[in-house]
Design a protein around this ligand. Structure first.
Ligand code: NOJ
Length: 522
């Protein structure tokens, strides 16, 4: 396990929208380099950058046409090399986004694969039947590309511009010759090609990958056993050749993903984790929604216990990401502060989506850009200051990749840095508290002290013995009391909202408050 994951706090960057240094209206790698000091000042020590490889951008770069080339709009491979070096100088790590399940229709593998003459890429994709046939429902394939080639219909992984790479089938039907086994030479060649791409960037200084749709690779894989075996093989290679590099999956099912050898997996808006109960649909941290956290926490503890007893690895809670509405859609600023107190005091590895640290808005119903559709509202340019385009770019406003939030009172980094009670300062304070206390970091155990199906508060303890810290949240509007163990007068390490206090073994939590306590244990 790479040691740096023990206290990692990630910052996710959507490169299009972070910072534009060449006035073309779109963010770039030089822009990320220019803002590394900012990210460091906030306290994050690792980055995940959404895909920045050459692409026709039918899905914002998740349709790669050349895995070894930075898309010119973001810069050059030399810029990537500099980004890794500049990040390392600051003790920071950088994960790139590896789209392993599919390519763009413009990738040369696909162009070769379409040809009727047999070649090295004929089986790099899944072709079957006639150009008219549909794949829906076969082996987890989500659709088909029709009318592209005499070879037949081609299996798709996501949008119709994203043909699925062929890693084989878990249980190929012997009557269907196009269903090749996962251990066949052609399926292994797809795997080998992906490994070569990983080596290419790791050798340049990249610190690992977030793997897109990691659970989708092997088709017809009920229970995902073959897909798990596939990634275990990749992890073996990583442990041997790049032991300090990290693998993070977009699987949304940490139980399986960590078993598969990923160092980290997310709880997400899909999958079995109840993530949406936290900050999104009917969020626990909103006083108005009165949402419940019990099923999220129970599930979390179950997986956490299993993972600790097994191979290890980290469950990652994100504040949001480029695929879902922002945290500020359902929570107001005091509630977002409390949500961050949770995010930054849980085990595993927290992920902060760019702009959530200042409470950037989710922009409802804006025009879709590059296959974003309703996700576009969570991908708007970072709001740095009160200058042109909120300091994101000096291009003409009409030339921006996505328009800036027109709200005059929109949050900016500059304004929030100048106000000590701002969300930005709160997030910074919470990260620094996590960095100061090992028991708040990735590995320290968690124990639930109070969790009732329909009631606040939520109380848990991180760590054991002398170092333990008790953390309590009452997002409701009413005062709550809970009896609490521990001797002596506790030291308050952190508080939000009206002051909580302990009296005769009872913790009184005013409505909308949160507290981190340490009991002196002689
Ligand atoms: C998940 C990515 O996060 C999303 O943005 C993308 O559209 C799909 N995978 C397809 O690659």
């Amino acid at each position: 396990m790479p040691q740096w994951l023990k206290n990692a706090v990630f910052y996710q960057i959507y490169p299009q929208s972070f910072y534009d240094t060449n006035a073309d209206g779109i963010g770039d790698l030089q822009g990320i380099i220019a803002k590394l000091d900012y990210i460091q000042e906030l306290g994050c020590n690792a980055l995940w950058i959404n895909p920045c490889f050459e692409s026709p951008f039918h899905d914002a770069g998740y349709d790669v046409s050349d895995y070894r080339k930075i898309a010119p709009r973001y810069g050059t491979n030399e810029d990537a090399r500099n980004l890794f070096a500049e990040a390392h100088k600051r003790g920071m790590r950088v994960l790139f986004d590896l789209v392993a399940g599919h390519t763009s229709i413009e990738h040369e593998w696909f162009i070769e694969s379409m040809k009727t003459e047999k070649n090295a890429f004929s089986e790099r994709y899944i072709w079957a039947g006639t150009p008219w046939e549909r794949f829906e429902g076969i082996g987890g394939i989500t659709g088909s590309l029709n009318g592209f080639s005499e070879r037949g219909a081609c299996a798709v992984n996501f949008f119709s511009t994203q043909p699925a790479l062929n890693y084989g089938f878990a249980k190929p039907d012997p009557a269907l010759s196009w269903q090749i086994p996962a251990d066949s030479p052609a399926a292994r060649a797809s795997c080998g090609a992906m490994i070569e791409i990983m080596r290419f960037w790791l050798d340049m200084g990249c610190d690992g990958f977030r793997v897109d749709m990691a659970g989708s690779l092997i088709k017809g894989d009920e229970g995902q056993k073959e897909t798990i075996r596939f990634w275990q093989g990749i992890r073996k290679m990583m442990d041997k050749e790049y032991p300090e590099a990290a693998l993070l999956s977009e699987w949304g099912d940490p139980e399986r993903a960590l078993e598969a050898g990923f160092h980290m997996d997310f709880v997400l808006h899909f999958g079995p984790s109840y993530y949406l109960d936290l900050f999104h649909e009917k969020p626990f941290f909103s006083a108005a929604s009165g949402g419940k956290i019990a099923r999220f926490m129970e599930n979390y503890i179950r997986i956490d216990t299993k993972v600790r007893a097994g191979k290890g690895g980290y469950i990652c809670i994100p504040s949001g990401n480029h695929d879902m509405p922002r945290i500020a859609r359902r929570l107001n600023v005091p509630e977002i502060k409390m949500a961050f107190a949770f995010l930054l005091s849980m085990p595993g590895i927290p992920f902060i989506y760019y702009g959530d640290e200042i409470g950037m808005k989710y922009r409802e119903n804006i025009p879709s850009i590059e296959g974003g559709f309703e996700r576009t509202g969570a991908r708007t340019p970072m709001q740095w200051d009160s200058t042109l385009n909120a300091g994101f770019s000096s291009a003409k406003p009409e030339d921006l990749y996505i328009s800036i939030d027109p709200d005059k009172n929109k949050p900016t980094v500059e304004a929030q840095k100048s106000r000590p009670i701002s969300l930005w300062h709160e997030v910074r304070k919470l990260i620094s508290l996590r960095m100061e206390h090992e028991v708040l970091q990735s590995d320290a155990p968690i124990e639930i002290l109070h969790l009732k199906p329909n009631k606040c508060p939520l109380v848990y303890r991180r760590g054991e013995g002398k170092e333990a810290i008790t953390i309590a949240f009452n997002p409701s509007s009413k005062e709550m009391s809970v009896s609490i163990s521990g001797s002596g007068v506790p030291k308050i390490l952190y508080t939000l909202g009206s002051a909580a206090f302990v009296q005769n073994g009872v913790l009184k939590l005013p409505g909308g408050s949160c507290v981190f306590l340490r009991f002196s244990l002689e």
